[in-house]
Design a protein around this ligand. Structure first.
Ligand SMILES: NC(=O)c1ccc[n+]([C@@H]2O[C@H](COP(=O)([O-])OP(=O)(O)OC[C@H]3O[C@@H](n4cnc5c(N)ncnc54)[C@H](OP(=O)(O)O)[C@@H]3O)[C@@H](O)[C@H]2O)c1
Length: 237
């Protein structure tokens, strides 16, 4: 079951919403009017009034507005893309210009940049003990430096990628990677970074930094990577 966001529950969109609901997905659909929200409820979806609520937490967002100009409004001139989490998929159903689709893809791409390089900021990895998500030792100083930088550069965004070593089940390690990423996120927030600047993802044991099967390799793999993104925050509405 996926969380699906939907924009444009009109002639084409409404039957799609119904089918997605019937297939067991949780669908949140935009309703700009009371009437539309009532229709959305009748389809079995949750009506929301804001594009940010369509994007947040969704695995997939479907845009089925009528014109290419409306696609541009929804995808390029609103907060929608910035509220979608890393790895979420945007589907544009509207018949429109391929150029618009390319612009949307470029705007949505979380391209990684080099980020700041001075002093501790050049270090963008925080390491953890076995089966632990507590930030310790130099990790504390590294996180503090990044928090200070983010607080001073409010348009800058980072993605925190949580990783584990290979021991434990795949599912457990996804959870552990997430706890590590959240631990760094909380520390950044406590020290002045803003929520909108930070997204998190867990890769569990899937992307080891070191290939071996011993403690030396495991120690390198129990980590959170702080990835600086080149796409700045959209201006606040
Ligand atoms: N209809 C067909 O048989 C058919 C066949 C193939 C392809 N298509 C393509 O599918 C697309 C959708 O067509 P449709 O007939 O379903 O259109 P539609 O009935 O006019 O529905 C468009 C939906 O988009 C919403 N919308 C428009 N502008 C918006 C904006 N700026 N922000 C948020 N929501 C907005 C509308 O919301 P409100 O209700 O609040 O106005 C409406 O729910 C078109 O590109 C069309 O070419 C349609």
């Amino acid at each position: 079951m996926s969380q699906v966001g939907f924009v444009g529950a009109g002639r084409m969109g409404a039957p799609m919403v119904r089918r997605l609901v019937e297939a067991g997905h949780e669908v949140r659909a935009l309703g700009r009017s009371v009437e539309k929200r009532r229709e959305v409820s009748e389809l079995g979806a949750q009506p929301v009034t804001d594009l940010a609520d369509v994007g947040a937490e969704s695995d997939v967002v479907v845009v089925c507005v009528f014109t290419d100009e409306q696609v541009q409004q929804v995808c390029l001139e609103s907060v929608l893309l910035t509220t979608m989490r890393p790895g979420a998929v945007l589907v544009i159903h509207t018949t429109g210009s391929p150029r618009t689709a390319e612009s949307v893809a470029a705007a949505g791409a979380d391209e990684e940049g080099p980020g700041p390089q001075a002093g501790l900021l050049a270090t963008k990895v925080v390491y953890f003990d076995f089966d632990n998500s507590e930030i310790k030792g130099t990790g504390t100083d590294v996180v503090a430096a990044h928090a200070k930088y983010l607080a001073a550069h409010s348009g800058t965004r980072v993605r925190l990628e949580g990783h584990t070593d290979e021991r434990g089940s795949r599912e457990y390690n996804i959870g552990l990677g997430e706890r590590r990423a959240q631990s760094v996120r909380r520390a950044l927030l406590l020290q002045g970074a803003a929520d909108a600047q930070i997204s998190t993802v867990s890769y569990g044991e899937e992307r080891p930094a070191a290939p071996g099967h011993d403690e030396a390799a495991w120690a390198k793999n129990r980590r959170v990577e702080i990835m600086y993104l080149t796409q700045p925050l959209a201006p606040k509405r």
